[in-house]
Design a protein. Structure first.
Length: 343
């Protein structure tokens, strides 16, 4: 390789790295701005200095309850749940080499939802009991999807198809539970299914933060192996990647992130589906977009929650807004895939 060729390669690598760092910094600043807005704006607006005093522990009549009990848990849950949805969705899409391989499309989020609906409608449970059941169910359903897709050898297409089939079955079960349940209990289940940051408690935040930080660090640490897996199993094996071990680690980390975030906020629609493609467009080809996907996920949740609260005459849960944003993109993606298939 000539010296000029090596120089061009280094130059291209440097440009991609600078762009990646710049995009992440901008996304982080935008996320921080939305966090501040969520603490400042509400039924009653407070100054930034008041917010800082309350967070520092100073008691201010009215402001302390509004900020510490309502707005702070809502904001933190939105940030870390959004980050979890974003980075986990991107991991699945990259590993399976398919933009449709999002956790809320291949049945993982539905696995958590069916347990939560069953607990609310049949067992009349609420609070942490529903969250624990949703977490366990999401992990079990994800394990079932993986085992069924493994067969004699792992197949990306088989996992996606089995996941879509199981999601359809679970959604039918959820519809049956809603149809057969008392009208008094149905609104609670529907609020949970829509995905919402309402009623977030500060007690739930530390565990959510711990889970998101730990599993996100593991996924980011496996970024190089994930990028190699995207090139295909044969190529990855040639480069010495232990594909089965790496794949299981990535799936487990992503499933825990999705299941835990869903157990706290409910299934916020299309955040996992949208974050990866948006981040890929921002950072450009060839760059690792795990961190960027997480930040985009946090931005989508926070921005959609702000829109749902203040942009319309009626307040909508965050999942309704993200669903409105995500559905047109999914239709566009399906049309594009269909056209490529015909070509």
């Amino acid at each position: 390789m000539t010296q000029s060729a090596r120089y061009l390669i280094r130059q291209g690598y440097t440009r991609r790295k600078i762009r990646l760092i710049s995009v992440n910094i901008v996304l982080f600043i935008l996320t921080l701005c939305l966090c501040v807005m969520m603490l400042v704006y509400g039924n009653k607006n407070y100054s930034l200095s008041t917010v800082i005093k309350v967070i520092s522990g100073e008691e201010i009549k009215g402001a302390t309850f509004a900020i510490q009990t309502i707005r702070l848990p809502r904001m933190l849950s939105g940030v870390f749940a959004g980050f979890a949805f974003g980075i986990a969705g991107n991991t699945f899409q990259t590993m399976l080499r398919n933009p449709l391989a999002s956790p809320d499309i291949i049945g993982i989020s539905s696995g958590s939802s069916v347990a939560a609906v069953f607990c609310i409608l049949v067992l009349h449970m609420s609070g942490s009991g529903v969250s624990i059941a949703a977490l366990i169910s999401g992990i079990l359903v994800s394990s079932l999807i993986y085992l069924l897709s493994k067969g004699s050898g792992f197949s990306n297409g088989r996992l996606i198809l089995i996941g879509i089939g199981i999601q359809a079955m679970i959604n039918s079960l959820i519809s049956y539970l809603l149809a057969k349940s008392s009208q008094h209990d149905v609104p609670s289940a529907l609020r949970w299914l829509s995905g919402s940051l309402n009623g977030m408690r500060i007690e739930d935040v530390p565990v959510l933060v711990l889970v998101v930080v730990v599993f996100s660090i593991i996924i980011l640490g496996l970024t190089k192996q994930l990028q190699i897996l995207e090139l295909g199993d044969e190529f990855a094996t040639t480069l010495g990647v232990k594909i089965n071990l790496i794949r299981i680690m990535l799936i487990l980390c992503s499933v825990f992130l999705i299941a835990f975030a869903t157990s706290i906020t409910g299934p916020i629609a299309f955040v996992a589906f949208l974050s990866g493609p948006i981040a890929s467009r921002l950072v450009g080809p060839g760059a690792s977009n795990g961190m960027s996907s997480g930040l985009v996920g946090a931005l989508l949740v926070l921005g959609a929650d702000m829109l749902g609260q203040f942009a319309f005459g009626t307040r909508f849960p965050v999942g309704v807004v993200t669903g409105i944003l995500g559905a047109p993109y999914m239709l566009f993606l399906l049309i594009a895939i269909n056209r490529r298939g015909k070509a």
